[in-house]
Design a protein around this ligand. Structure first.
Ligand SMILES: C[S@@+](CC[C@H](N)C(=O)[O-])C[C@H]1O[C@@H](n2cnc3c(N)ncnc32)[C@H](O)[C@@H]1O
Length: 365
């Protein structure tokens, strides 16, 4: 489909994502300017008492400037992603395309996701969330009895790719899948162009103005990457697109690993069915995460929010055997350790197997 300015819808969307990245500094500073305007309207003695607050806002501006330095570095490679589909857009006039209305939140949350996936500050979150999945994969595909290079693992909803990368690092053939262009553009940079450990410094929580004891808690910095992502590794790739649309071929994967993902669907049953279909007979689905159904409060969205108990029944009806599960798995997500507000999920962890009818001696006849 062509939009008014002759740019295809998909390309126009890509350019508006680029524009939104470019607007990060201005939009983030604008928020501070709004606070400064509010201060300006206050009585003189309030302004005097709030002098330290104004100083704090000035410090935050410097942190925004620092975060903004990272953006042109990321964008210089963005046009060459996806087999250069967008390379011709590098010189396209971007003023014909606007920014995305909620896009700035996505840019700001990418900084938190960088902390989670690629900084040493995120190590404890990764230990909580990724390690149980990785351990389970290693347990089921031991190095001494299988060629891990032949074991194909899919990680849908891969975010910035660390879980998929860690699985590949252990010798598996691993593919991450993600549909959020903000995530894809940043992960493309980290995975392909970060050359040195702790090369970059960012302020992940600079946009969280509430629940800070001191401004320094808002200004906690993180260096990344904590590991050189370009170190030689197993077969690793990332795909762009909606999991439900990209993966339609049945019986392809030995293992599907989902972390904080299944609650991203308006209809979680469709995710479960697809995971079942794409797994080879005998294949494993390993999941960890809460049920924070993302579409639950989205207006005009046909969202369903079944409990874990109902999901277990659905998983069974789809055809899976649930071979293990644990509830109450303590997990955090992009959490500022110094904030007065601490979210911790009592997540569920489970492992399901798609039965192998032939191996079990069951046939259709
Ligand atoms: C809550 S995040 C979790 C990211 C990562 N697994 C982690 O634990 O940090 C869920 C991710 O799934 C992605 N996602 C949601 N629905 C998707 C879909 N249908 N296809 C591909 N990715 C999807 C989102 O863009 C987001 O990056």
């Amino acid at each position: 489909m062509e939009s008014n300015n002759g740019v295809t819808e998909e390309r126009a969307y890509f350019l508006s994502v680029i524009n939104t990245f470019k607007s990060y500094r201005e939009q983030s500073l604008k928020r501070i300017q709004n606070k400064e305007c509010s201060i300006a309207t206050l009585p003189y003695h309030h302004k005097k008492w709030l002098a330290k607050y104004q100083e704090d806002l000035d410090k935050l501006k410097q942190c925004i400037d620092k975060n903004a330095e990272f953006i042109p570095l990321v964008l210089q490679h963005a046009y060459n992603m996806f087999d250069n589909v967008y390379s011709s857009m590098e010189t396209a006039p971007t003023d014909e395309v606007g920014t995305l209305s909620e896009g700035i939140d996505k840019v700001q949350s990418v900084f938190k996701q960088l902390m989670r996936d690629w900084s040493s500050l995120g190590a404890s979150e990764r230990q909580q969330c990724y390690s149980p999945i990785i351990e389970e994969i290693e347990l089921n595909f031991p190095e001494d009895s299988c060629d891990r290079g032949e074991v194909e693992v899919l990680v849908p909803g891969a975010g910035l790719g660390r879980l998929a990368f860690e699985i590949a690092l252990r010798g598996f053939k691993c593919q991450g899948n993600e549909f959020n262009l903000f995530m894809l553009i940043v992960s493309f940079h980290v995975l392909n162009f970060c050359k040195k450990v702790d090369e970059f410094l960012i302020y992940p929580w600079i946009h969280q103005y509430c629940n800070n004891i001191r401004v320094e808690d808002q200004m906690v910095s993180a260096r990344f990457p904590d590991i050189k992502p370009t170190t030689p590794r197993g077969n690793f790739s990332m795909t762009a697109g909606d999991f439900l649309e990209v993966y339609t071929a049945g019986n392809e994967w030995h293992c599907v690993a989902t972390c904080f993902f299944i609650d991203c669907a308006p209809n979680v049953v469709q995710f479960i069915e697809t995971i079942y279909d794409i797994l080879k007979p005998g294949g494993l689905w390993i999941n960890l995460g809460p049920l924070l159904y993302h579409y639950s409060d989205v207006r005009n969205e046909k969202s369903i929010e079944p409990s874990f108990q109902v999901l277990c029944d659905v998983i069974n009806k789809v055809g899976f055997d649930m071979v293990k599960y644990r509830t109450g798995v303590k997990t955090k997500y992009c959490q500022n350790p110094f904030s007065m507000l601490q979210y911790e999920y009592d997540s569920v962890f489970f492992v399901c197997r798609k039965p192998d009818m032939l191996a079990n001696g069951v046939s259709d006849n």
